[in-house]
Structures are given as C-alpha cells and as structure tokens.
Design a protein around this ligand. Structure first.
Ligand code: MN
Length: 263
C-alpha cells in the first residue's frame, strides 16, 4: 500500500511538472516575462545627431602617459597596459556650454581629477589587430575619470581590488560623443585641465604609451568588445585633488570644452 501511494504521488508529480513546463513554454512564446521594475538605460547624446549613444560597458586604461605612470610609481617602459571598469550608470553627462554640478562623493577626503579622451565603439569582437581597431570606433568624447585617490591607494597598499576608488556614482563624467566621421581619429592634440582657471594637467595625446587602436586591440584579447563599449584612454600627469566649489575646465584639441563644478 505504501509503495503504491508513493508511485501514485511520483506519477502525479511528474504529470504536474510536465504540465507546468508546457504552460511556461507557451507563455514564453507569447510574451517575454515582464520586468519587476524598470531600470533607466544609460545613453550619451551625440553632437549634431538626433540619436543617442547607448552605453554597454565602461573600460578605463591605467597609467597610459609616461609622466603619469612615473608619478603613480610604476615604470612606463616595462609595464603592459592594464584595464579596469566603471559601472555603466556611473556616467554623468555634461552638455556643451554648461557647467555641470558634480557632487563630491561619499567616503573620500582626497578626490582627484583625471582628464581623458574617450573612444566610443560601434562594433567589436575579440583579437582585433591594432591596424583594424579604429574601424570599430564610432566617435570620441572628452571625459573625466574621477577618482577617490585615498581609497584607491589604501586598497592598492593592501593588495586588494581598488574598485572603491574608481567605481562609484558619477565617477565617469563625459561630454557629447562626436562621430569620427566628422572629427577624424584622435592620435595627437593638446589635452588639458584647469581648476579655477589655473592649468593643472597639460599634455598631448601623442604622449600616450598605448594608442587608442592599441588599447582596443589589447582589450579585445581579454574581453569580447561590443557596440556601446566606451574606453577612457588614460590621463596625463599632474592629477590632483579638488574640493567643493572648484570649477574644472577640460580642453581637447578638436572637441568643445567640458566643465563641471564640485558641489
Ligand atoms: Mn584614468
């Protein structure tokens, strides 16, 4: 009697499971499951275009100008490029001709500016050779890789991930994306940052250790790059702290200026 009951229960259970599976297959075929709530997509305006650029991932290269590599304590001649990511929703867009309010972030007491050229990809792949890499670039923007330097340094000293120093709300400041079809590709040109009218960072894109094309190639050895990925291409030397009330002005030859105020 016991065995019979068990078999009956098992058989009934199997029928119930089969029924549930077929019902859910039908439901899936009819409509995708509804999200529990909506999450805003992250996009960046494109200069002169009605469409916006959807952001998939934010990659950043570390220590890509020799003088900055030296000031951060590494040897620019021997160190291969290394990369980190910021969360996609760390984007803070700043329109041309405006001064964006940039909130001083939590936890830090040593908040640094890093002005950078940003490349935005329209396609991707793996193992992209450098000579083909720029074919994947849709356009370029001026950006700030804002950094909680004290937290980054503390974690680095402990040999722990320094994500907390780089990946936080509003840490990826960016201006509009300019299509490369209009601007050409950026391999040289002055890049600078002034705080309250005083120039702090002042260099040239030609001083990058790894060019944008080489960065794309190297990244694609580690990750499958895709349309919507953007790459912060590294900052020149003389990074430094900002405090509430400071106004930052970023300049890059060939693009409009970008400005924020720390609030
Ligand atoms: Mn940087």
């Amino acid at each position: 009697m016991k065995d019979l009951n068990r078999r009956t229960i098992l058989a009934t259970g199997a029928v119930a499971l089969a029924g549930a599976a077929s019902r859910s297959s039908v439901a899936e075929a009819q409509a995708a499951p509804k999200p529990l709530f909506s999450v805003a997509p992250v996009t960046i305006p494109i200069a002169g275009e009605a469409e916006v650029f959807p952001v998939r991932r934010i990659y950043c290269i570390g220590r890509n100008y020799a003088a900055h590599a030296i000031e951060r304590g590494s040897d620019p001649n021997r160190e291969p490029p290394f990369f980190f990511q910021k969360p996609t929703d760390a984007i803070q867009y700043v329109a041309v001709g405006t001064v964006g309010d940039h909130v001083y972030p939590l936890l830090t007491k040593n908040y640094h500016h890093e002005v950078e050229l940003v490349a935005a990809l329209k396609s991707g792949g793996t193992h992209i050779p450098p000579e083909k890499a720029l074919e994947h670039v849709y356009g370029y923007a001026l950006g700030l890789d804002m950094t909680r330097r004290d937290l980054q340094n503390e974690m680095a000293a402990l040999k722990k991930p320094w994500e907390i120093g780089k990946s936080f709300d509003h840490a990826a400041v960016i201006g509009p994306i300019h299509p490369a079809s209009k601007t050409g590709h950026f391999t040289k040109g002055a890049i600078s940052l002034a705080v309250n009218g005083k120039v702090r960072q002042d260099s040239d894109l030609s001083k990058m250790i790894w060019s944008v094309a080489e960065q794309i190639s190297k990244l694609s050895e580690a990750f499958e790059l895709k349309a919507g990925d953007i790459i912060y291409s590294g900052t020149p030397e003389n990074v430094g702290p900002v405090v509430k009330g400071d106004v930052l002005l970023c300049k890059l030859d060939g693009l409009p200026d970008m400005s924020i105020k720390i609030t």
